[in-house]
Design a protein around this ligand. Sequence first.
Ligand SMILES: Cc1ncc(COP(=O)(O)O)c(C=O)c1O
Length: 458
Amino acid sequence: MDYATTNDIQEIVEADRKNVWHHLIQHKPFESQIDPRIIVEGKGMRVWDQHGKEHLDAVSGGVWTVNVGYGRERIANAVRDQLVKMNYFAGSAGSIPGAIFSDMLLSKMPGLTRVYYSNSGSEANEKVYKMVRQISHKHHNGKKHKIIYRERDYHGTTITNLAAGGQEERNAQYGPYTPGFVEVPHCLEYHNQYGEGDYTKHSLDAIEAVILREGADTIGAMVLEPVTAGGGVITPPQGYWEGVQALCKKYEILLHIDEVVCGVGRTGTWFGYQQYGIKPDFVTMAKGVASGYAAISCTVTTEEVFDMFKDAEDHMGYFRDISTFGGCTAGPAAAIENMKIIEEENLLSNTTDMGEYLMGKLGELKDKHKCVGQARGKGLFCGLELVSDRETHTPAEEKMVQAVVGNCMAQGIIIGATNRSVPGYNNTLCLSPALISTKDDLDQITSAMDKAITEVFG
Ligand SMILES: Cc1ncc(COP(=O)(O)O)c(C=O)c1O
């Protein structure tokens, strides 16, 4: 095949089938039953596949990434101009877009003052773990090195991020994991694990019990998603975050908020933590930072943390870390335009307004269908939990949930579902349409879901 000029899409499909190992998918059916899917083009909220079939994308590129929508020429042009001028230099030096974007970003994050660039969410989180461990060695004789994470949260794909991951089906078979990570229970009240009493208090007591069991002098940090994403779109109960913040203060634990999904507008504020008045010590972000137009992630922290790495007397005392592609200028060049678009098109307020509208529509689905147990979410990040019994909250069978996703796909609407996440709980439909969504887009998405649920569950 002449790769430069071929317009025979079937040749592309065959090359893909023969050579490419896709992410998070079983390949056996590609051998005989179905073709791998190739996404050829995108514009706004819509993408076209190899058959020319149009889809309305309700999950922003499958995994909550393309926040400003497809086909943004101004981002592509900014990246092109930057690449021609200066594409790369190692991150031990600065770059013009890196400096500009850091200033724009920090202006949205009062209390935080330093940005460390790398290129994936997993990597941004790893940077924090390393910083926490180094602080522990430098200031606590290596003792305060453990990191608390939460059941059902996800922080990335590397072995250490799996150690910090609360999703058994993502973790299984990839051990042994990095030691020093300690789990606390999830905070999804719909699946209350405590019985009677105040759920928030139970959740916080459970975290405190883990801190006391391990010894506060062994715990350096706690990593949490502001809204748990792939673990079931879990919005925390009222008062949870105030309590977490108080525990971190009481036991001198650094608070790391993983904004890889919620960051840069997804919930209607710049960051998910800002919905809850949290004051984090670390914030990590990736997906929506440049809406997938270039790879970029950021680890953001306070001057207090940064200062701990400035001991000129100690030749080992600075952060001895590098991310080769953290020095690519395409990422910050794209991120600058991405942020300008969100501001100029008022996409934060659109996200809040459209998020409320979407929750209303999901509420209607709940009223109509017995298999809908709960609708939850924040801004344009929503989940619909499907159950086989509303009284007991028993999860719907995964194959039924996947059938709803497949039915929507056949209708030309791409939605998601919790996938290889928590055993027995891969039963939440996920929606994260671009921040440019209109009522009409959301009507199309929810009416396809209505039809799909009717056809699958009766
Ligand atoms: C909350 C959260 N953190 C981290 C990651 C990892 O990001 P990446 O896939 O860019 O490494 C993800 C990916 O889905 C995520 O959902």
